[in-house]
Design a protein around this ligand. Structure first.
Ligand code: NI
Length: 166
């Protein structure tokens, strides 16, 4: 399938809460494949279904750098999170913006795989951070919502001047 376009801020579809996956049919497999294809095409480390305009609770990640460790999470839930740290993030849906946010650097997650089989996994460091960033997308949240108030003001001001410029 042709690569699905990635929605960009301030598209209101990025602000909708995604729905639980209850049926594991061919369309789930297709969505997972499309997300992985887009992930590798854009050289991102994580991508969520809402970013390609699909309102299901599905996300993918691969932090290997060489496409060797695709991870699929359907209906993910964080069971525990510890070790908060400040990390620099960016997002395909908010091009050109980089900012520091507070995230847990250790999480335990429960999710279903692409076939609907449950699993639990412990994640650390960027694996944990990436999962939380992508899970935010499932809630209609963007990392810029988590910037400090002053950074958020600067981000909004930059957005206004961008809009004036075009
Ligand atoms: Ni993102």
């Amino acid at each position: 399938m042709a690569q699905r376009p990635i929605l960009e801020y301030p598209d209101p579809r990025l602000r909708m809460r995604a729905d639980l996956v209850t049926v594991f049919d061919a369309s789930v497999a297709e969505l997972v494949d499309d997300l992985l294809e887009a992930l590798y095409a854009t050289r991102a480390i994580g991508l969520s279904a809402p970013q390609v305009n699909d309102r299901r609770r599905v996300l993918v990640a691969d932090l290997s750098g060489d496409g060797s460790a695709p991870r699929v999470y359907v209906n993910p839930e964080i069971l525990s999170s510890t070790m908060p740290g400040i990390v620099e993030e960016s997002c395909l849906s908010v091009p050109g913006v980089v900012g520091n946010v507070v995230r847990s650097t250790r999480v335990r997650v429960r999710a279903l795989d692409r076939f609907g089989q449950p699993f639990e996994r412990d994640l650390e460091g960027m694996d944990a951070v990436c999962l939380q960033h992508e899970m935010d997308h499932l809630e209609g949240k963007l990392f810029v919502d988590r910037l400090s108030p002053i950074r958020r003001l600067l981000f909004r001001a930059a957005g206004k001047s961008r809009r004036r410029a075009v």
